[in-house]
Design a protein around this ligand. Structure first.
Ligand SMILES: Nc1ncnc2c1ncn2[C@@H]1O[C@H](COP(=O)(O)OP(=O)(O)OP(=O)(O)O)[C@@H](O)[C@H]1O
Ligand SMILES: [Mg+2]
Length: 226
């Protein structure tokens, strides 16, 4: 069977002045459908860079990155946008919520991009908001929410369309223990019910407890995968 995500001899350079900084070095990783995996490693080791490349938000400098059988660096911007919109849910380290939109509208946004019918849309949004425990706040705007609540809105937005792949960059960084466990159990449930593939980046021992696979990055290299 073809791997859902397949990375071969992949490097990522960032230009710095006249030189470059190599943030990812010779990455070789495969992810099967239905994995519940996490990338751990010190700050600056390349976790966000790796998730951004898998999510087609950024492009590698060298090597192969195939997502659902397609080389992401060869996609046009429109094709990459369609891949993300249809199949990938992204939870950003910095949330990226739309400030003038309410909680409900933020979570609804990915479904608008997919032309989901209004009735079904409302049902899906309500379900996702309930999953993350924010029913009472559905009319609030991000500025009226705590950091942890914003994080939960970002999680609801990523899972609302029930995508095949969820890329979650430090999704519990601002959550207390109770909320972290609740969110993680929700994700495990999605993983088991829908075979959603999760790839986290995390420092959080609570998240690591739930992972079935842990990939350790140090200085842009995979040093452990088990
Ligand atoms: N746009 C950029 N230009 C230059 N260097 C960058 C850029 N983005 C990231 N880097 C560098 O690449 C390295 C990896 O960054 P990345 O954000 O992937 O780390 P991380 O493992 O996610 O760290 P953290 O745990 O702090 O979120 C860092 O040294 C960072 O300074
Ligand atoms: Mg990061």
């Amino acid at each position: 069977m073809e791997q859902l995500i397949s990375i071969r001899n992949m490097f990522k350079d960032y230009p710095i002045g006249l030189g470059k900084f190599t943030a990812l070095k010779d990455i070789n990783l495969d992810f099967e459908a239905g994995e519940f995996s996490g990338i751990v490693g010190p700050s600056g080791s390349g976790k966000t860079t790796l998730l951004n490349i898998i999510g087609s938000l950024d492009v590698q400098s060298k090597g192969e990155v195939k997502v659902m059988g397609r080389e992401v660096s060869e996609l046009t911007r429109k094709e990459a946008a369609r891949l993300r919109s249809e199949h990938i849910g992204f939870i950003f380290q910095t949330y990226n919520l739309l400030p003038v939109y309410t909680v409900f509208e933020n979570v609804e946004f990915p479904l608008l991009l997919m032309d989901v019918k209004p009735g079904i849309r409302k049902e899906m949004v309500d379900k996702a908001i309930e999953w993350v425990g924010l029913k009472d706040k559905r009319k609030s705007r991000p500025a009226q929410l705590s950091g942890g609540e914003c994080q939960r809105v970002a999680i609801a937005r990523a899972i609302v369309k029930e995508p095949q792949i969820v890329l979650a960059d430090e999704p519990t960084a601002n959550l207390d223990a109770e909320n972290s466990h609740h969110i993680l159990r929700t994700m495990v449930e999605l993983n088991e019910k829908l075979k959603t593939t999760f790839i986290f980046s995390t420092h959080d021992a609570k998240v690591i407890e739930y992972l079935r696979r842990k990939i350790t990055l140090v200085d842009g290299r995979v040093v452990e995968d088990n």
